[in-house]
Design a protein around this ligand. Structure first.
Ligand SMILES: Nc1ncnc2c1ncn2[C@@H]1O[C@H](COP(=O)(O)OP(=O)(O)OP(=O)(O)O)[C@@H](O)[C@H]1O
Length: 309
């Protein structure tokens, strides 16, 4: 469990983290999202004692990270995948880190296997690809078999198999009852991996909820229908607040009525429906809507053409 209370970090007069409160619970994957410069890395660094809060507190299992007797066994962290000593082999790197906590060769071999690094364990870390470095960073985070795992952009540079591996690993770690906090800018990945999200913008919490609640709150959901009798359906469901649009492929999108309402109204009026579904927005749409006013670094406007190359 990670608990932040009125957590503040300022650099001179720049407030990077602005009095935030949150709880990251065990048994779930919690995603940490926000635009560049929102304060994610600063928050993660404070959780693991690499930055001191200007005020407020952040605790892991009731204590500050630096007050844990064996922090590696308490919290596993991947903040910078390039942090490993370039001249050492992956095996020696993990062995050196493990030595500080009495973690021996058998656990090192275990995490090497878990991270899929068996074939390169003896190779110098300096020659590792970005993806191999990420895997080594994750292996390092898991070394102490910690109950809390914090990973900053763990899928950065991984190929699709690697991305899937991280997703499954995170889900399994949470299912074992561990606390998992991870940041990523990849919305589709986050939607598949996380149970809950904390969204941060300019150092403040913009949302802290389940993914489905965040999508429902920040995007419009519509009812999509297909019927051979468009005219009659439209007449049947017409009413205040009901907006109907006919799409190019013949489907009808209705806002202002649930799928259940539309199905019952159609059935009562004897209108045949070939399809009726509730279509909600994507996490990406919700994220863009939530962070619209909070982006610190924005590119000049590029219109979406909808064209596919
Ligand atoms: N050491 C520092 N000195 C001064 N300003 C800093 C320092 N570290 C971070 N900042 C500023 O604090 C703000 C938050 O930065 P942080 O790196 O935590 O954001 P982030 O959400 O992790 O961004 P990204 O997605 O780009 O990694 C930014 O405006 C950044 O410029």
């Amino acid at each position: 469990m990670i608990t932040a209370e009125a957590l503040v970090k300022s650099y001179g007069n720049k407030v990077a983290v602005d009095a935030i409160n949150f709880t990251v619970r065990p048994g779930q994957v919690t995603g940490f999202l926000g635009p560049n410069g929102a304060g994610k890395s600063t928050t993660m660094r404070m959780i693991v004692g690499l930055d001191r809060p200007t005020s407020g507190s952040v605790h892991v299992n009731g204590r500050r990270y630096q007050d844990h007797r064996a922090p590696l066994r308490e919290v596993g962290v991947l903040l910078d995948a390039k942090a490993a000593h370039k001249g050492r082999s992956a095996y020696k790197h993990l062995l050196a880190i493990g030595a500080t906590h009495g973690i021996g060769a058998s656990r090192v071999r275990e995490v090497i296997g878990l991270a899929g690094l068996d074939s390169v364990a003896g190779k110098r870390v300096g020659g590792f690809s970005l993806g191999m470095g990420q895997r080594l960073g994750i292996a390092t985070a898991l070394l102490g078999d910690p109950a809390t795992i914090i990973l900053d952009e763990p899928v950065n540079g991984l190929d699709p198999e690697g991305v899937r591996w991280v997703r499954t690993l995170m889900r399994n770690l949470a299912a074992e009852g561990r606390t998992v906090l991870l940041s990523s800018h990849l919305m589709s990945e986050m939607a598949q991996t996380a149970d809950r999200l904390i969204v941060i913008g300019r150092g403040r919490i913009l949302a802290d909820d389940s993914i489905s609640n965040i999508i429902a709150g920040a995007t419009r959901s519509v009812t999509r229908v297909r019927t051979p009798d468009t005219e009659r359906l439209m007449a049947t469901i017409a009413g205040p607040g009901v907006v109907v649009s006919v799409l190019a492929d013949g489907a009808i999108e209705i806002s202002g009525l649930t799928a259940e309402h539309v199905a019952v109204a159609a059935s009562t009026a004897g209108v045949v429906l070939h399809e009726v579904a509730s279509v909600s927005g994507s996490l990406e749409e919700a994220y863009i809507a939530l962070t619209a006013g909070e982006v610190e670094y924005r590119s000049s406007h590029i219109a979406e053409t909808g064209a596919h190359r």
